[in-house]
Design a protein around this ligand. Structure first.
Ligand SMILES: C[S@@+](CC[C@H](N)C(=O)[O-])C[C@H]1O[C@@H](n2cnc3c(N)ncnc32)[C@H](O)[C@@H]1O
Length: 222
C-alpha cells in the first residue's frame, strides 16, 4: 500500500483517533445483520483518498463496493492508493444527492462529509439521499466534527486539540489545514437526531468520540 498522501498525513495529525476510524467504521458495518451477509453491497459516500475502502477491502474482500465522491482528484488519489485492489470497486464521480441508487445498499459509510454541508436543507438532502440508498434495515456509519458542548471546560478541550495537533507535528497555516477546518458546519447531537429522524433513520447510537469528533451508527427505518 502506498505511503500516506498529504491529505492523509494531515488528517491524522488533526483528528485524534483518525487512524482507527476507518477500521472501526468497517468493523461496525460488518457486524450488522445485512452487511454481514456474503457479497453485501456497501456504499462509501465521500470516499476521499480511500481510507475506508482500504479497510473494507482488507476486512471484507467479498463486499460489492460503490465508492463515490464529487471530486475527481480525490477519486484519482483513492484509486492510486488502492492499486490493484481498486479493480472490482464501482467508482462514481457524484454526490450522494446525485446518486440514482435506491434501496440497494446493505450498508453505507460516511466519514467527515456531513460536517462540510450547511444546515440549510443541504444536510437533510444528503441524509435523505443516504437513507433512500439503503435497504430498509440497512445501516449507516456516520462520523463528523460536532458542535462544542456548552461547558465551562470547553476552552480546555480547544486548547487540548491545538496541543494534540502540535504534538503530532502539524505545521500551522498550511493550505490543507485551511481546507480541512474552515467552512465546516458542525451541529449538536439534538439537531443531528432531528435531521436523521426526518431523513428516515432511527435515533443515532454513538460509537466513537475523540474531542469534538463523534461517530454514530444509524439504521434506516422499515
Ligand atoms: C474530509 S473528506 C473525507 C474523506 C474520507 N471519508 C476520509 O475520512 O478521509 C470529505 C469528502 O467528501 C466529499 N464530499 C463533499 N460533499 C459530498 C457529497 N454531497 N456527497 C458525497 N461526497 C461529498 C469531498 O469531495 C471529500 O472528498
Amino acid at each position: 500500500m502506498a505511503a500516506p498522501l498529504g491529505y492523509d498525513l494531515t488528517v491524522q495529525q488533526l483528528i485524534p483517533g483518525y487512524a482507527s476510524l476507518a477500521r472501526l467504521a468497517v468493523a461496525l458495518l460488518a457486524a450488522s445483520q445485512r452487511a454481514s451477509l456474503p457479497g453485501a453491497s456497501v456504499l462509501v459516500a465521500g470516499c476521499g483518498t480511500g481510507a475506508e475502502l482500504v479497510e473494507a477491502r482488507s476486512q471484507r474482500p467479498d463486499w460489492q463496493l460503490r465508492a463515490i465522491d464529487p471530486s475527481a482528484e480525490m477519486l484519482a488519489e483513492a484509486q492510486q492508493r488502492l492499486g490493484p485492489a481498486s479493480e472490482g470497486i464501482n467508482w462514481q464521480q457524484t454526490t450522494v444527492e446525485g446518486l440514482e441508487a435506491q434501496s440497494c445498499f446493505a450498508g453505507a459509510l460516511s466519514v467527515l462529509v456531513l460536517q462540510s454541508l450547511p444546515d440549510d436543507g443541504t444536510k437533510l438532502a444528503f441524509l435523505t439521499a443516504l437513507a433512500r440508498s439503503l435497504e430498509p434495515g440497512g445501516q449507516l456509519v456516520l462520523v463528523d466534527l460536532m458542535a462544542p458542548d456548552r461547558s465551562p471546560l470547553q476552552a480546555q478541550v480547544e486548547a487540548a486539540w491545538l496541543g494534540f495537533q502540535r504534538a503530532s507535528g502539524l505545521t500551522a497555516d498550511t493550505e490543507e489545514l485551511e481546507a480541512l477546518t474552515h467552512g465546516l458546519h458542525p451541529i449538536g447531537r439534538a439537531r443531528l437526531t432531528a435531521l436523521v429522524n426526518a431523513a428516515g433513520f432511527g435515533d443515532p447510537a454513538r460509537i466513537f468520540q475523540a474531542l469534538g469528533y463523534e461517530g454514530f451508527l444509524l439504521q434506516r427505518l422499515g
